[in-house]
Ligand binder design. Structure first.
Ligand SMILES: Cc1cc2nc3c(=O)[nH]c(=O)nc-3n(C[C@H](O)[C@H](O)[C@H](O)COP(=O)(O)O)c2cc1C
Length: 163
């Protein structure tokens, strides 16, 4: 299964997480794409799209995703898989990683199958648009307050996807 990583990142945090995931999965740098600099047609070669966003404003998706998602509305991804991850700040307790929920909502239109719902422990937030039917739709990370938990959460997420 060929995997590609697509991320939107304003200050580099989600990019660093994308690189951590790539290194654990042995994904080459050529298959790690900043959506700010990538045409949506770049998704074509991949069976698995690992997509990450940070959250800005009051629970909004990272801005570079907006044009990329508009382009993806034209692409049929039936038969492909998507796994989501995000970076946020738990002290924004009512919108923690809500951008991941927006990413999920938009990417559902492509017909791809979602994998990688991951209820990492010790979350303290109240609300997030990334919680759908009581479960996180992907891996939600806090590099601002809880960076030490990130490597273990990534490992647990990747293991859960292989089972
Ligand atoms: C002005 C501002 C608004 C933010 N809003 C949210 C938010 O609503 N929810 C959240 O979880 N994190 C929020 N964050 C935290 C960022 O998502 C976090 O710093 C993230 O790691 C940035 O990643 P990036 O550098 O990849 O864009 C906000 C940060 C700033 C500075």
């Amino acid at each position: 299964m060929k995997a590609g990583i697509f991320y939107g990142s304003s200050t580099g945090t989600t990019r660093e997480i994308a690189e951590m995931i790539a290194s654990r999965l042995g994904i080459s740098a050529d298959d790690v794409h900043d959506v700010a600099k990538t045409n949506p047609s770049a998704v074509e070669p991949y069976d698995l799209l690992i997509c990450g966003t940070s959250t800005w404003g009051d629970g909004e998706i990272q801005t570079d995703w907006l044009d990329f998602l508009d382009g993806l509305d034209m692409v049929d991804l039936h038969g492909r898989k998507i796994a989501l991850f995000g970076s946020g700040d738990e002290t924004m307790a009512d919108t923690f990683c809500s951008g991941v929920g927006e990413l999920y909502k938009r990417l559902r239109r492509t017909g791809a199958e979602f994998i990688g719902s991951y209820p990492a422990n010790v979350y303290k937030f109240n609300h997030s648009a990334a919680i759908v039917n009581g479960e996180p739709v992907g891996l939600l990370l806090d590099q601002v307050n809880l960076p030490d938990l990130t490597p273990g959460r990534i490992d647990g997420w990747l293991i859960s996807m292989q089972n």
